[in-house]
Design a protein around this ligand. Structure first.
Ligand code: HSE
Length: 428
């Protein structure tokens, strides 16, 4: 039997404590499956005295994660500190320079520094794995990097922020306003310390940028993600989208078009009966489409102690077995710089607007759409509210540019009250 694989774990929050528990409670299973014992040499966190519900006395302690990362008795540095820079980055770089393999759950770090870290890992003969960084317990990195490696990926879509999905689901099921649903999620402890990471789409955008890099062999390009959070989604949109047979999701979509890499993370409509439309609460879903495999749907817990620690340990066991894959599924030197393209692939759009109650109002809106080349597929007008008629329009497929031309013409019609809401309908 080989020597045990020795871990140094930095960050003992929910996920770190979960990893320690798995190592302690499932030692025989881990050894049977990987052919090697898994041991913890030392740990590091900000507060040594905090009770984390798991005994830590038998492990070494380092106040500084960089010291932990370079200890002689650490083979794999497990980074669960978080943050795109600061101690997490310093410790991961130190570990790789010292020839240690690294397992991390840190999507922000990789979204901002993924290419440099992948190059550093390869230059030092190390692996850098990050299954837990994307969609929690769902093994999507492994699926894309390994199981689907023979495919040309045509599209990746994902609901990858459970907090946003929880808020949108509660708005729909409970009839709550955005602020009420946000407060409920906050009370349940779902929100990140900086809630904008969740509701601004940033956390999910980080995850999407990592999937794009693997799917299209490009250098991670978080700056190329068109980001829009859920803060402007109203209960009216949720209700009226439902009336037309759709659900609103914070949906990440990436695809390679003739113009370049399209990456968007924004509120979109999806058919209510589709797997994405039926995804309720804090769950995540990633849909991958490949030229050989067709469509794959992966669904599961996107956060939490057990699911995220499960993903971390999956990476650790791969290293214990001797499985060594490149960070983004191809040598770092082969990853090309992504040309960021605005999402230009034509799509149907949902438009909601309030019209003045005047003869010919609807005709003026229809003309403005027609002049921009936007064709109406379905339309509904609801009972007047305070002299204004709420109108819903679902367009045929059109480009965002044509839609923007039509939207720019709306104030000039003199009949549209306020700003129309326009949301893309993703065909799934
Ligand atoms: N805050 C994230 C979510 C989990 O709500 O899905 C960590 O990425």
């Amino acid at each position: 039997m080989s020597d045990p694989l020795r871990l140094g774990i930095a960050g003992l929050g929910t996920v770190g404590a979960g990893v320690v528990k798995i190592v302690r409670q499932k030692a025989a299973l881990l050894e049977d499956r990987s052919g090697r014992g898994i041991a913890i040499s030392a740990v590091s966190a900000r507060n040594r005295d905090k009770d984390r519900g798991v005994p830590l006395d038998s492990y070494g302690w380092e106040d500084d994660p960089v010291m932990l990362a370079t200890r002689d008795d650490v083979d794999v540095f497990v980074e669960l500190v978080g943050g795109s820079d600061g101690p997490a980055k310093a410790a991961v770089e130190a570990a790789l320079k010292a020839g240690k393999d690294v397992v991390t759950a840190n999507k922000a770090l990789l979204a901002h520094h993924g290419q440099a870290l992948a190059e550093l890992a390869e230059a030092n003969g190390c692996v850098l794995r990050f299954e837990a960084a994307v969609a929690g317990g769902i093994p999507v990195i492994k699926a894309l990097t390994e199981g689907l490696a023979a495919n040309e990926v045509t599209r990746v879509m994902g609901v990858m922020n459970g907090t946003c999905n929880y808020i949108l689901t509660r708005m729909e099921s409970g009839g709550l306003s955005y602020d009420e649903a946000f407060a409920e999620a906050d009370g349940l402890g779902y929100l990140e310390a900086d809630p904008e990471l969740d509701v601004g789409g940033i956390d999910a955008g980080h995850k999407l940028s990592l999937l794009s890099a693997i799917a299209y062999g490009t250098q991670v390009a978080f700056d190329g993600v068109e980001l829009e959070g859920i803060g402007r989604v109203s209960i009216d949109d949720i209700r009226q989208a439902a009336d037309m047979g759709y659900k609103i999701k914070l949906l990440g979509v990436c695809r390679m078009s003739g113009r370049g890499l399209e990456q968007s993370m924004s509120p979109c409509l999806v058919p209510a009966t589709s797997p994405l439309g039926q995804l309720d609460g804090g769950t995540n879903m990633v849909v991958i489409e490949g030229d050989q495999v067709g469509q794959i749907v992966l669904r599961g817990a996107g956060a939490g102690e057990g699911p995220t620690a499960s993903a971390v340990m999956g990476d650790v066991l791969d290293i214990a077995r001797g499985t060594r894959v490149t960070t983004f599924g191809a040598p770092a030197s082969k990853l090309v710089k992504a040309v960021a393209a605005r999402a230009t692939t034509p799509a149907p759009y949902y438009l909601r607007m309030a019209l003045a109650d005047k003869p010919g109002a609807l005709a003026k809106v229809a003309s403005a759409l027609g002049e921009a080349g936007v064709s109406i597929h379905r339309m509904r007008q609801y009972d007047h509210v305070n002299e204004a008629a709420p109108v819903l329009i679902v367009t045929h497929k059109t480009t965002r540019a044509a839609l923007d031309t039509a939207l720019a013409a709306m104030p000039g019609t003199g009949v549209v009250i306020g700003d129309p809401v326009a949301l893309r309908i993703e065909q799934v």
